[in-house]
Structure formats: C-alpha cells, structure tokens
Design a binder for this molecule. Sequence first.
Ligand code: ACO
Length: 309
Amino acid sequence: MNAGILSMGKYVPEKVLTNLDLEGMVDTSDEWIRTRTGIEERRVAADDVNTSDMAYFASVEAIEKAQINAEDIDLILVATVTPDMPFPSVACLLQARLGAKNAAAMDISAACAGFIYGLVTAKQYIENKVYQTILIVGVEKLSKITNWQDRNTAVLFGDGAGAAIMGPVSDGKGILSFELGADGTKAKELYQEGPHIMMNGREVFKFAVRQMGESAVNVVEKAGLKKEDIHLLVPHQANIRIMEASRLRLELPEDKVMKTVHKYGNTSSSSIPLALADAIEEDKMKDGDIIVCVGFGGGLTWGAVAIRW
Ligand code: ACO
C-alpha cells in the first residue's frame, strides 16, 4: 500500500496583474519579463483575503472532490511562508473554518519546496497506518511581502492556493519515491528581511537549474523507472528557463511539462499543487501515468516525488 493523492482543489484570486500593469509601477517591460521569466500575468489577492482564506477555498474543493467530510480528516498540513500571523498556524485557522475537529494541524515552512515536503510527511503517516486521511495545502499571499518598488522581485510573484487530499491507494499507485533536501548555508540567497523578499536571482537560478534536474532524475531512478516512463513533469513554476533546463535534463518533449508560470507567476508553496489541479482540469494525467513533481526554494530547500497517478 502506498499513499496517494485522492483529489485536488485550487483557488486563485480574481484580480489579474499583467506585465503592462507592472510597466506602470517599476522600470521594466513586458518583453523583459516574458523573455527572462515566461511570466505574462499573475493573480493578486484583495486586501481582505488572507492566506487562510485562500487555503480554505482550495480545501473545500479538494474535500468535495474526494467525497469526504471535514470530520474525516486526521491531519492538516499547510505549506506556506506567508501565514496570516506567526501563530496560530494557518493549519489551525483552516481546521476551525472547515470544522475538521478530528484533525491535528501544523504548518510547514520550506518555501517553494513546501508542498513536496507536505506530501512526503503525509506519506509517512499514511504508510505507517497512523493516519488515513490527510489534507495538504500549498498557499501563499506573496503580494504582502513583495516590494512593489523593486523590479528585481516585483515582477516574479503571485498569490494562490492548491490543496490535496491524500490517503491509502492500491494497484501500485501513489507516491513511489521521493527526495528531500536542504542547504541552510545558502539561506541568504533567498530570504525575507523586514517586510520584504530579498533574493540573489543569479545564484538561485544556478542552484535551481542544477538541483531540479538532479532531484527529478534521482526520484525516477529510485522508483526503478526510466526517463521515458514519465508522462508529465510538474516542476515548481518559478521561471520558464529553469523549467526548460529540467525538461532537457530528463530528455522530455515540450508537451510533457506542465506550465502555469505564464498565468500565475511564481506562487511559491502553491505553485506545484496549482499546476497539479490545472493538469487534472486539462485532462493531462490519466490513470496509471507517471508524474514527477520537483521544486526548490528559500532555505535553500528542494524536493521531488515520483507518483503513479
Ligand atoms: N525589468 C527590467 N530589467 C530588470 C528587471 C526587470 N523586472 N529585473 C532585473 N533587471 C535588470 C537587472 O538590474 C540587470 O541589470 P544590470 O545588468 O544593469 O545590472 C539585468 O536586468 C539582468 O539581470 P540578471 O539578474 O542577470 O537577469 P537574469 O537573466 O538572471 O534574470 C531572474 C533574473 C529572472 C530573477 C533570474 O535570475 C531568476 O529567475 N532567478 C531565480 C529566481 C527564483 O526562481 N526565485 C525563486 C524564488 S521562490 C521563493 O522561495 C519565494
């Protein structure tokens, strides 16, 4: 028995911020943003919509699609670096709002690798038969820690939430292998200081290109699979050029890479679950397909999973 994803839900704010809008805010251009990052627009949450609100909307959809009740949930894991407040956790706020009164609840802080950390944590509890039903949410309101005067970072980020219900699955499905990692010596390449995100873009870029390719290859090998067995690569959506480097490392055709960065920007912890939810909506994953998710982020952290869908 493996642990697997039973359903996904998502939420993105209605407000769209385009590259043209940003041209009016900082010294940048649509052309620069598109060619350097692949981003065309991103979503920005309204002032009165906080991280836990977006987590709630995505979770309600995942719960409905899994055809379970909130009381069935044993554990809630919320991956975020933009909680409503330092404590209580977003997971606790979400537990109350969902009425998931039987669930333990905690947040995971692993930046853009957070959702993968969540999946792997849930896998341990499920496969050790400690818990049966786990809600994992990746959610960010990055707009509240973005410096809208800094063109180096303002053009990159967006808000949103993706949620998964995990439980035991059979027939060789579920999470087949994983890799998690961290290098705290590189903490100052990407961090929050005061109210804002600080980033050494070039260093993060180099690290991401190397690590995404390597981790994706590692989980494929650990699962006893070959690169050509992959049906869909779902990478962290930070920058189209980083995603392209991972695709080439895995020798995959373009249509086997899930892309949402053009419409959501980099949504950190929510990027991979949002991409998974969209892949389901677009009918890109069939029963039994091999899916590889891989992410990297502030910490620095990284993580990958190979899943039989
Ligand atoms: N518009 C116009 N010019 C810009 C902009 C902008 N928005 N931003 C930077 N520039 C300028 C720079 O000032 C620089 O000018 P200079 O040469 O006169 O100094 C020039 O463009 C080139 O800058 P580079 O840093 O070399 O550009 P690069 O091609 O590396 O792209 C980018 C920058 C997009 C940030 C890239 O490095 C990148 O994607 N890095 C990874 C970022 C990332 O993935 N972060 C993850 C964060 S996830 C999390 O945990 C929250």
